[in-house]
Design a protein. Structure first.
Length: 116
């Protein structure tokens, strides 16, 4: 998939600027769709394992992020498809990638809590 996206981005650079922006936005949306299931499964598994071992000592943000990420990601992807249809390509890419910040926050809290 990555090889295909890279080749497509090289081909897009040869066309006009609007077409290149459209292809890059579509690729960003595809990457976010591809990350939805693995990140959701990974965060859910970590929360269940940590909850089983430590119970209520786990930070609340970890459990909240585990169930908010898929909801926010699906809503963000639907909004990004709407923006892509209306030709707001930069906004569509930003909205599609915004829920990934929840995943970064989740793993950051997990590392901080694990070290501390």
């Amino acid at each position: 998939m990555w090889r295909y996206l890279r080749e497509e981005a090289k081909d897009a650079g040869k066309t006009d600027l609007k077409e290149e922006e459209k292809l890059r936005c579509r690729n960003a949306i595809l990457v976010c769709v591809a990350l939805l299931c693995p990140l959701t499964a990974g965060m859910g598994t970590i929360v269940l394992l940590v909850w089983d071992r430590y119970g209520n000592e786990m930070p609340g943000f970890m459990a909240n992020a585990a169930y908010l990420y898929p909801v926010c990601a699906i809503a963000g992807l639907l909004l990004s498809l709407l923006f892509h249809k209306e030709e707001y390509y930069t906004l569509a890419a930003v909205v599609a990638m915004a829920p990934i910040l929840i995943a970064f926050g989740f793993f950051g809290v997990w590392i901080h809590w694990g070290i501390g």
